[in-house]
Design a protein around this ligand. Structure first.
Ligand code: C5P
Length: 247
């Protein structure tokens, strides 16, 4: 399948606390964006890589331009576009910039800059085997509960109360790259435009939109190395992984 990777890198990075977009934060001597880009290209799955950047970020755009020069002939087409207000808006910007003839799309978070090549291959292989949608995931180690704000009066004891406990054996922590047939992803994002703001805010990945359309989403094995760099602690883990991967 002729495949594109949309790399969403337009987030603010507020939780990382560097005062700059997360994609621009240094990791092992390069930016998070460059690690993510190199990982995608090394996997060899992409005919096109479409990077979605914070609007007006000339520094990150310059890195993309330099990387385009660095890619030898025969490397993927590298396209850079501006992102939107939400992650889904940013993905839609990427979809709009796909070249003709793309049959499959992998949507990847720049924040998962250290995703092993093997994960890209498992996702691409499932698409090649006929899946319309496929996501990488790992088992959940924590017990996960739903909570609600404590009722008036109880709030003096603790701010929240438990409303339920999910069966851990059925839970998976979902990662990226998430893979889709191009038409499946386009249709799901088109339909998402009609969601009201509250529903739209609850959409945290692309597979969710495909699930809403009733399309089966297949699950392949992810990797603990695909950690989503979100907090300063994650950055410490990521630096450690660069020094000696877990294999
Ligand atoms: O913050 P969140 O978990 O939604 O970020 C996941 C990924 O989506 C990050 O790589 C971030 O750069 C990207 N994103 C984006 N545009 C936004 C918000 C997030 O490209 N408006």
């Amino acid at each position: 399948l002729v495949t594109a990777v949309i790399l969403v890198a337009a987030g603010s990075g507020q939780r990382l606390g560097y005062g700059m977009p997360k994609a621009a934060v240094p990791l092992g001597g390069e930016t998070i964006l460059m690690h993510a880009l190199r990982g995608i290209v090394a996997s060899g799955v992409a005919s096109q890589v479409c990077v979605v950047l914070p609007e007006g970020d000339d520094g990150l755009r310059a890195q993309c331009d330099a990387f385009r020069e660095e890619l030898a002939d025969g490397g993927p087409l590298l396209t850079a576009v501006d992102g939107g207000a939400t992650r889904a808006d940013s993905v839609r910007q990427g979809i709009a910039a796909l070249m003709d003839g793309i049959e499959a799309v992998l949507v990847h978070d720049a924040a998962r800059a250290l995703t092993p090549e093997s994960v890209f291959h498992r996702v691409a292989d499932a698409l090649a085997a006929g899946a319309e949608a496929v996501i990488p995931a790992v088992p959940v180690v924590d017990t996960v509960k739903t909570v609600a704000p404590a009722a008036d009066g109880d709030g003096t004891v603790a701010p929240e109360v438990v409303t339920g406990t999910a069966a851990r054996g059925n839970l998976r922590a979902v990662q990226t790259p998430q893979g889709f047939r191009a038409a499946t992803l386009r249709d799901a994002h088109q339909a998402a435009r009609t969601l009201d703001p509250e529903q739209a805010a609850a959409v945290t990945d692309d597979a969710m939109l495909v699930e809403m359309a009733g399309t089966p989403v297949h699950v392949v094995r992810g990797s603990t190395q695909s950690l989503k760099i979100t907090t300063p602690l994650d950055l410490i883990f990521a630096e450690g992984l660069l020094e000696g991967p877990l294999g």
